[in-house]
Design a binder for this molecule. Structure first.
Ligand code: DC
Length: 232
């Protein structure tokens, strides 16, 4: 077994690929974005975001010790749900408001330290597929396979728009485009662990690939990297 780190922009299909890889290989899948989203939801639920949109950073940092993030396998979805203080928040974190806030709170060093500690502990095992922004560069720099995912911005926006529409969310394509542009900028320009391609990452541009095609390509890479890992 090897470890697989997947990084890339938002709405690039990282979680689709990561879940498919974990299912096919029998590996554990860790969605680190869900952890940042859960902290963002906590901030919203606890009045740490003021009506004018500003954030009570100090309040959030002070609350971090009492905030517990975990994963639990859900028989309903066949996947792992993220738990915030013991309660599944999966259904509440998949929206644009939480996504935007997650991008903001992920810029705070104290938040990153807390979540990264958890992520590093999970990465001690082999057979982990983890996706996020800093997995190949910071969390699993020794992962045998690192994938950096990218796709044409317009294709990404349309895919995310269709997904949100199918989930019954009322949102326009323009709003999705704007949210994506803001998050791309913030995720790549922040001081703390910005999204970067690791020097030894393999680039997967899925603009013209179906989910099955990208899985096949990634499985070929897994095969190669597993062989190399045995030979070393
Ligand atoms: O992958 P996602 O869209 O669910 O992530 C939500 C936000 O969390 C993203 O905009 C940036 C942040 N994030 C991060 O800073 N580091 C990670 N490893 C994962 C996500």
């Amino acid at each position: 077994m090897i470890n697989i780190a997947i990084d890339g922009y938002s709405s690039c299909g990282k979680s689709t690929l990561a879940k498919a890889l974990a299912r096919t290989l029998g590996y554990i899948y860790i969605d680190t974005g869900a952890m940042y989203r859960a902290v963002a939801l906590y901030a919203l639920d606890h009045g740490l975001i003021h009506p004018d949109g500003t954030m009570d950073k100090e309040g959030l940092i002070n609350a971090l010790p009492s905030l517990h993030i975990d994963f639990e396998y859900s028989k309903d979805s066949g996947q792992s749900d993220v738990l915030l203080n013991g309660v599944s928040v999966e259904s509440r974190i998949r929206n644009i408001q939480v996504a935007e806030l997650a991008s903001r709170i992920s810029q705070l060093r104290a938040v990153r330290n807390k979540l990264q500690q958890l992520q590093r502990a999970i990465a001690q095992k082999k057979g982990v597929v983890m996706d996020g922004r800093d997995i190949g560069t910071v969390i699993m720099p020794d992962a045998e396979l690192k994938i950096f995912m990218t796709a044409d911005p317009e294709i990404r926006a349309k895919r995310r728009f269709e997904e949100l529409k199918a989930a019954g969310k009322e949102i326009s394509l323009d709003e999705v485009r704007n949210n994506q542009a803001i998050r791309d900028y913030e995720d790549t320009h922040r001081t703390e662990d910005p999204l970067r391609q690791a020097a030894d990452a393999l680039v997967l541009d899925n603009s013209a690939l179906s989910p099955d095609e990208q899985l096949k390509l990634a499985l070929d890479w897994v095969k190669k990297k597993s062989k190399q890992a045995i030979e070393v």
